[in-house]
Design a protein around this ligand. Structure first.
Ligand code: ADP
Ligand code: 5GP
Length: 217
């Protein structure tokens, strides 16, 4: 059976303890490559100041969220920091079928579910570690978007998230942001060149073979 010319997009998963910098890295990656599609998660948490519904998250009521789960409309979902979060399936399927890579900013539970889903062969998972726990706390506080109690809860849960670091394909220690972003671009660029990600090459190599045979005669 011949392979399709269009590659199936990668599902690029970024996870980290809250505050390590994955949203910042995700935003940079989106700006670097406009063909990337961001998986806008659904959540029952309240919007932070400046967050836009439909762009940062789909902010849903608990009943609307649970109804999407019941109807099988979530690729994965999890309960994080007392709220529900999930990745709606429809936009992800549409994007990867078009050959576009999709970027996910999700926790380890979501990453595990996607890695065991039917789409597992197309997953690229990257875990972002902070350079130290003191710096993680400093970043959470300096982000200035969460109440002290929320920050305390996030710090308490950070080890739970970090303890799953070894289930990921790549690990980045986000000390210097520019350096980490360079590493992230390198990973994505290299993964796109993996053989299964380039089905169009089958035709290209056949062309080379014909040229080679003509050249030999
Ligand atoms: P996450 O999405 O992992 O919760 P954010 O991307 O929101 O984390 O980053 C938390 C805070 O740390 C933000 O204020 C961000 O600007 C800052 N930050 C991210 N990466 C770095 C870095 N390498 N050095 C210093 N500050 C950073
Ligand atoms: P925040 O409230 O800071 O935006 O996100 C809290 C945590 O939930 C982060 O670790 C983030 O990656 C995770 N998260 C966001 N969206 C999803 C999602 O759709 N699924 C899962 N499993 N986790 C998510």
């Amino acid at each position: 059976m011949s392979q399709p010319d269009t590659r199936r997009g990668l599902l690029i998963i970024l996870s980290s303890p809250s505050g390590a910098g994955k949203s910042t890295l995700a935003k940079r990656l989106m700006a670097w490559d406009q063909t990337l599609s961001f998986s806008v998660s659904a959540t029952t948490r309240r919007p932070r100041p400046g967050e836009v519904d439909g762009s940062d998250y789909h902010f849903l009521s608990e009943s609307a969220f649970k109804s999407m789960v019941r109807n099988g409309e979530m690729l994965e979902h999890a309960h994080v920091f007392g709220n529900f979060y999930g990745s709606p399936m429809g936009p992800v399927k549409a994007a990867i079928d078009r050959g576009c890579d999709v970027l996910f900013d999700i926790d380890w539970q979501g990453a595990q579910q996607i890695k065991t889903s039917a789409l597992r062969d197309h997953v690229l998972s990257i875990f972002v570690l902070p350079p130290s726990i003191a710096e993680l706390r400093r970043r959470l506080v300096s982000r200035g978007q969460d109440a002290p109690e929320t920050i305390r809860k996030r710090m308490q849960k950070s080890w739970d998230e970090i303890s799953h670091w070894d289930g990921y394909d790549y690990i980045l220690v986000n000390d210097d942001l520019d350096a980490t972003f360079e590493q992230l671009k390198t990973i994505v660029s290299a993964e796109r060149l993996r053989q299964p990600q380039q089905p169009g090459l089958v035709g290209f190599v056949r062309g080379l073979q014909s040229e080679f045979e003509e050249d030999e005669q």
